[in-house]
Design a protein around this ligand. Structure first.
Ligand SMILES: CCCCCCCC/C=C\CCCCCCCC(=O)N[C@@H](COP(=O)(O)O)[C@H](O)/C=C/CCCCCCCCCCCCC
Length: 216
């Protein structure tokens, strides 16, 4: 039986391509490609084993919420992160201070992925610049502690910390990326990082301007 798309083989080039497609000429972030980027990353996570299942499940759930909005009757309003924010705010579709009638708005859902994108940026930069015997578990937890962890309760931080200990070493990690020898992986990461950073920065500025950084 065919698996879901998230079960399929990961390829770093694909993720790079989706993040390239994310930005429009006038620097808006296309939601469709943003979500496709996360889908690609979830494939990678799934290939690391079931210990990461609880993380993958949460990411898939958030991707699903955004895809449903994109494919819904007001889907055209969700073409870019900018149009989504405008539409949801103008139509009071966002719970701004406490969770209420819009617990799964596009704005709050994307904020969770946006915070995770910062973790990804920090983690990939460590991976890119690490030596061959660098520990992925240490790189991952340092990146997590500098970013996402502040938004998670103790129990999630604990579970995440335990999962990080199960990460394979750098050589095996690079192999799963399906790019080729180490030097090529490092070069691809060098290409991917500025794109991820730009998408992150643009979203960060928009959310800060609109006072959306603490959506419940
Ligand atoms: C280029 C390839 C190399 C790197 C590949 C990385 C692959 C990562 C793929 C997916 C990352 C998962 C992103 C997780 C999003 C988490 C969003 C979040 O913060 N959710 C929490 C809050 O949500 P609400 O309750 O407010 O709706 C939720 O409570 C979280 C639950 C699960 C735990 C999340 C831990 C995240 C750890 C960071 C990812 C570690 C992946 C390690 C693998 C390298």
């Amino acid at each position: 039986m065919a698996g879901t798309e998230e079960d399929q083989k990961f390829c770093l080039q694909e993720v790079l391509d989706t993040f390239k497609l994310c930005l429009s000429e006038n620097k808006e972030v296309y939601l469709e490609h943003y979500v496709a980027g996360w889908r690609g990353l979830v494939k990678f996570l799934n290939s690391l084993g079931s210990v990461f299942g609880f993380i993958s499940k949460d990411a898939v759930n958030k991707i699903h919420i955004l895809v449903t909005l994109l494919n819904g009757e007001n889907g055209s309003q969700y073409a870019t992160v900018q149009s989504m924010v405008k539409y949801e705010l103008e139509n009071d579709l966002v719970d701004l201070t406490k969770r209420g009638s819009h617990p799964e708005s596009g704005c709050r859902t994307l904020l969770r992925l946006h915070r995770a994108l910062r973790w990804l940026e920090l983690f990939l930069e460590r991976l890119r610049t690490s030596s061959e015997d660098g520990k992925t578990s240490v790189m991952c937890s340092e990146a997590y502690n500098e970013s996402l962890s502040q938004f998670h309760p103790w129990v999630v931080r604990k579970a995440a910390g335990m999962a990080f200990c199960m990460l394979p070493g750098r050589p095996a990690f690079f192999e799963v990326m399906n790019v080729g020898p180490t030097e090529q992986v490092v070069a691809k990461l060098g290409e991917a990082l500025p794109l991820i950073s730009e998408v992150y920065q643009i979203t960060e500025e928009l959310y800060t301007q609109q006072n959306l950084m603490n959506l419940p």
